[in-house]
Ligand binder design. Structure first.
Ligand code: GRF
Length: 224
């Protein structure tokens, strides 16, 4: 059997990188159609950099603090690194930094993000507390293509979790993270398999989505 070409990923992080780890774990399967070629952080001490290095992947950081030329120049340097890595898809995984419009344009249709709410509800920061404060009974996470407006852009997948009595922001965040770790590798698989399309209205369709596959992400759905 010939060597299968895998989708090359650049994963951008700022913190612990548990989503990065979920992606790295998925990539360990021989039949997973993607591989991480670059881990990048704007925080030089991000824990996720160690995860990347432990996996033998080029893992680099450039601090944004005091970067000469500001956001545009910084993002141009990040783009140059990504280009050099040969990545086909840029995966924001807890990258806690606004990206410039030119970065979004450069990576149009090749830039995805994960956000720990059911968008379009609860954009921005401190979303777990915001969900609790709003009294919603279900929360969750969203993977979406990135557009210039923050936490907007075509929604590729969402997973739902219940809000339970006694929840605080930390408990809810942990429950949502467990779903994040499922949907992010799954979305990357769909993109690598060429199954994700976006129509003129920004509605995403997953070609040939199996009910069982969707139910695995969202246990509230019937598998049949
Ligand atoms: C996740 O909740 C993600 O949705 C948000 O930042 C968090 C990153 O967590 N954008 P980790 O670094 O992947 O553990």
């Amino acid at each position: 059997m010939g060597k299968v070409t895998k989708l090359k990923l650049a994963v951008l992080i700022s913190g612990g990188g548990s989503n990065l780890q979920a992606i790295l774990d998925a990539c360990k399967s021989a039949d997973y159609p993607a591989e991480v070629v670059l881990v990048f952080s704007n925080q030089t001490d991000a824990g996720g950099l160690t995860r990347g290095r432990d996996a033998g992947i080029r893992s680099e950081a450039i601090s944004h603090k005091g970067y000469p030329g500001g956001r545009e120049a910084y993002d141009a340097a990040v783009s140059a690194l990504i280009e050099e890595s040969g990545a086909d898809l840029v995966v924001l995984a807890g990258y806690l930094r606004l990206v410039s419009e030119s970065f979004v344009t450069r990576w149009k249709d090749k830039l995805i993000n994960i956000h720990p709410s059911l968008l379009p509800s609860f954009k921005g920061l401190h979303v777990h507390q915001a969900a609790l404060d709003a009294g919603v009974k279900f929360a969750g996470c969203t993977v979406h293509y990135v557009v210039p407006e923050v936490d907007s852009g075509p929604i590729i997948a969402q997973a739902v979790v219940p809000v339970l009595p006694g929840d605080d922001a930390g408990k809810l965040a942990q429950r949502i993270l467990r779903q994040e770790h499922k949907i992010y590798p799954q979305v990357i698989r769909w993109i690598a398999e060429g199954r994700v399309s976006v129509d003129a209205k920004g509605i995403v369709t997953i070609a040939d989505a199996k009910p069982a596959e969707m139910a695995e992400l969202n246990p509230v759905l019937e598998p049949g």
